[in-house]
Design a protein. Sequence first.
Length: 221
Amino acid sequence: MRLYRHLFKLFFFGLILNSLLFFAQEKPYWKEIQEFKKIDQTNGIPKKPILLVGSSSFTKWTDVSNYFPGKTIVNRAFGGSRLLDLNNYTDELLDPYKPKQIIIYCGENDVAMDNPTAAEVFERFKTFFGKIRAKYPKVPVAYVSIKYSPSREKFWPIVTQVNTMIESYLKTQKRTDYIDITKVMNDADGKVRTDIFLGDMLHMKPEGYQLWAKVMAPYLK
């Protein structure tokens, strides 16, 4: 009888362990985070890099270091991510790198995917910023404004609200910058240039990143 109970306990705990492993692996972007860990183990972590975090507009900037010669940049953005996801993986994204500066591009997917209010997106940003400050009180933090992607034009009003709220908030915080990439992406008539976007009208061509680099360069430490 004791043997059966023992076997049952082992079976029961095995089910629990398998369930935990399954849900851990199914957690959104778990695989991407594990890939970052593998890269760090293979290549090592440079000393005091500029750390990029956020969503696909940074993820797809795979040659970002070429745009900023002399700067040591670690790109840990993952496509599709929201500020919610950055909050879920704060430790994994921030702890290993001991950065000299953190640059964020995130919030566009929050607006487009979750149907939140501007205030809700802003609160997600404040939460992430608070977590950064808890770990790195003196590290400069810069936020790149949410771009006006043509494929997401219906969200532009809330994008404007979120950008305005984040910009105003960062003005009240020390060692922060708000990097506005809005004007540089517009044509002479003040309309968003579609020629700098890929066919999905969401992600950018190299020409778009060249414009971003010009605006961002003065802010990089």
